[in-house]
Design a binder for this molecule. Structure first.
Ligand code: LER
Ligand code: MN
Length: 269
């Protein structure tokens, strides 16, 4: 398993779960200083990150890009894949295609988290899930053109009413034959939704593509009450070799959160 931390380039999500903020070069330098393998980038839109600049930073610091988030499409631009308006769904898809291309050129997958949206008003749950399946299929095909998977993240009940639990997400991928989509399991959302985090990851098995490595309170692993030992044992047992990526609040400050994550990572992994 490999380590990663998050860098947000989106001022609108200030207060959110990202270790470093605003400055890609400074975030890369800090990740390298703390001994991480990779960074996960949260850009405001695809062309806000220069592929050339990002590749230079990867080279300079011997870091990979673990994943690229698409959530700014929702929090900044109010686009979602299950919006009742087909024009908004189309814009959401275009926004994500851009991020998939950026991520692909950096050797990374893109993440569908808050862009999945929710069902409400005139839209039934079945209709929203049908749109989501259709969009994930198209997006996963674009990802495949870059030899990448697409990451789909179940979120807790306060962030979506579509799919909250890993088993339901896995069944959804299977039912719609979304074979190039892998699950992103976020330990913070799981702490709210799952009865047993380790058992849930064992059941996800080979569908697991990425892990958001966060404690019960969304602080660095080691600063909350999640027992990470059985979780890492489960990940080992299912043969997971991907990233444990710290998508956590920068508390008490970014450097302490990064250092605590790395201390926990070395102890556990
Ligand atoms: C995104 O990875 C996520 O976990 C959501 O809670 C948005 O912050
Ligand atoms: Mn997450």
């Amino acid at each position: 398993m490999k380590s990663a931390l998050t860098i947000s380039l989106v001022p609108e999500v200030r207060g959110g779960p990202f270790v470093y903020w605003d400055d890609l070069a400074a975030g890369f330098a800090a990740a390298a200083r703390h001994g991480f393998d990779a960074v996960e980038i949260f850009p405001p839109l695809a062309n806000a990150v220069s592929i050339g600049v990002a590749r230079e930073l990867m080279e300079k610091h011997s870091l990979k890009v673990a994943a690229v988030g698409t959530g700014a499409g929702w929090v900044k631009h109010k686009l979602r894949l299950t919006d009742p308006d087909p024009a908004i769904r189309a814009k959401a898809r275009e926004f994500i295609y851009g991020i998939i291309n950026l991520a692909g050129y950096l050797g990374a997958p893109a993440i569908i988290g808050s862009m999945q949206g929710r069902w409400d008003g005139a839209v039934s749950r079945d209709q929203a899930l049908a749109w989501l399946a259709e969009e994930l299929k198209a997006l996963a095909e674009r990802a495949a053109a870059h030899n990448q998977v697409l990451l789909y993240e179940p979120l807790n009940r306060y962030e979506t009413n579509l799919i909250n639990r890993n088993a339901d997400a896995a069944a959804f991928l299977d039912a719609h034959k979304l074979t190039n989509v892998r699950l992103l399991c976020d330990l913070y959302h799981m702490n709210i939704e799952e009865a047993d985090l380790a058992a849930s990851l064992r059941a996800v098995g080979p569908r697991l593509g990425h892990v958001h490595f966060a404690d019960s309170n969304r602080h660095a692993i080691g600063f909350g009450h999640t027992d990470a030992v059985p979780i890492v044992a489960a990940l080992r047992d299912i043969g997971y070799t991907g990233y444990l990526s710290a998508e956590i609040l920068p508390l008490p400050d970014s450097d302490t959160a990064a250092a605590k994550t790395m201390e926990s990572f070395r102890r556990l992994v």
